[in-house]
Design a protein around this ligand. Sequence first.
Ligand code: UDX
Length: 434
Amino acid sequence: MDQSLVPASRRIAVFGAGYIGLVTGACLAELGHGVVVRDIVPAKVAALTAGEVPFHEPGLGELIARNRGRLAFTLEAATALAGAEVAYVCVDTPPGPAGDADLSRVWAVVEELTSAPDLAAVVVKSTVPVGTGDRIRQALDRAGLAHVGYAANPEFTAEGKAVSDFMRPDRIVIGSADEATGRLVADLHRGVDGPVVRMDVRSAELAKLTANALLMTRISFANEIATLCEGTGADVEQVMAAVGMDPRIGPHFLRAGLGWGGSCFPKDGVALKQMASDTGQHLQLLGAVIDVNNLQARRALQRLKEQLGGFGGKRVAVLGMAFKAGTDDMRQAPSTVVASRLLAEGAEVCCWDPLARVTEEQPWSHTVRFEDVREALAGADAAIVVTEWPELAGLPWEEVAGEMRAAVLFDGRNLLDPARMRAAGFAYLSVGRP
Ligand code: UDX
């Protein structure tokens, strides 16, 4: 990047070294700013300081290594804030017991900011309910920080392309009450290739939640049409290919399958629904969108069960555990529902994934994990494709058919060619395809 593009490099404190905080910190350093990332987990800070990236994200390791001189990691808020002009809040907002976003980590950071009178601005990237920014504004005012600006700068980051989503975004949304803070945050992004969209804080907060909800709606709609295809003999892939060619609709997020998982959609969908409920509104459409998604993996299992005549005593290979291909993330992955249900119905579960990081003990401690996909499939009574790993498309299925006890495959991501699979001898089921 041409450093002459950076008019004024700033000192920035980033709170949270998760996906969003690390990517934000590394990209801001790449843009020429001096960044200190603070996290409260000692092992994470130690690993990052030693040059290790704690999760799989293409390009992030290289970016961190390249910007070592402008990027540091610490456990101490005071160290991050020393000399900082901007504090970025990138901590997670997981679902609380009632489904609403749990903001306790955000508030813990805001408390720490009150000891940093030299700050020019506080910027929140964490996904928060509408109105959170106004409450943070009031807290800053009460703490004698009325001179510190506030901005909401939500992320639209997809795992696996987080670095390019920051450096070449579709849009940079900045919500602020005052012109100077909005301009300051926009200036931090000088060198980023993407349009800046300025608005008020509440609209920026809702833009993030709305974008996710609309993407979820598209997926659930595609899944409902897939079910209709199963009942009518149409092919959802062909239907959606034609539908997506309409420029008013577009081709993205119309892939039928086992539904969405991940760190954002499941929690943000419920958080938006609960937030609306708290204002007395029932978002009926969003409720249905979530219901369709919850059904998707269970419907698939029901169809596979009918094919097998029950799961009891059957050995089933679960192909893919990560919530999508290209990541090691298993948060809210459909594979967890699939493996749990198979075990509950008495199946023996053999699983394979090239990257997945298993952090939850259940249900995985009751499954057998294989490094080699062929070994996971050998002797199985059935297999189910849960994650669209390209490795699976490249398997010699003709040979695999002979290695399984029974050549039965449920393709939960419509990854494989039905004609080829049937020619290879498979009883082949997929989502919304005849
Ligand atoms: C998503 C949003 O894309 C991102 O903008 C937001 O900031 C966070 O949530 P991510 O969770 O990384 O990002 O994954 P994404 O690639 O969007 O996929 C989400 C889920 O939807 C995955 O489980 C994927 O398999 C599923 N999906 C996606 C479908 O089932 N069908 C599709 O057509 C697209």
